[in-house]
Design a protein around this ligand. Structure first.
Ligand SMILES: [Zn+2]
Length: 68
């Protein structure tokens, strides 16, 4: 039985599958921490489903978007 449990953030438009698998519109699959660092960190709207610090966990340096 496949239970995909995919949530879509109405603010960011990003899909979160299961507990901690984020499907970006482009690029590789990431984590909630990465999504937060790159997107949700900037929106800060209550409708965003990725504003729960406990679910996000610790955000590492590599999670932030860094232009080359
Ligand atoms: Zn969001």
């Amino acid at each position: 039985m496949a239970n995909c449990n995919i949530q879509t953030c109405p603010v960011c438009g990003v899909k979160i599958e299961g507990e901690d698998k984020v499907i970006f519109s482009s690029g590789p699959v990431g984590t909630r921490a990465r999504l937060w660092a790159r997107v949700c960190n900037y929106v800060q709207k209550p409708d965003c489903i990725n504003q729960d610090q406990e679910a996000i966990g610790s955000v590492g340096e590599n999670d932030y978007y860094r232009p080359i």
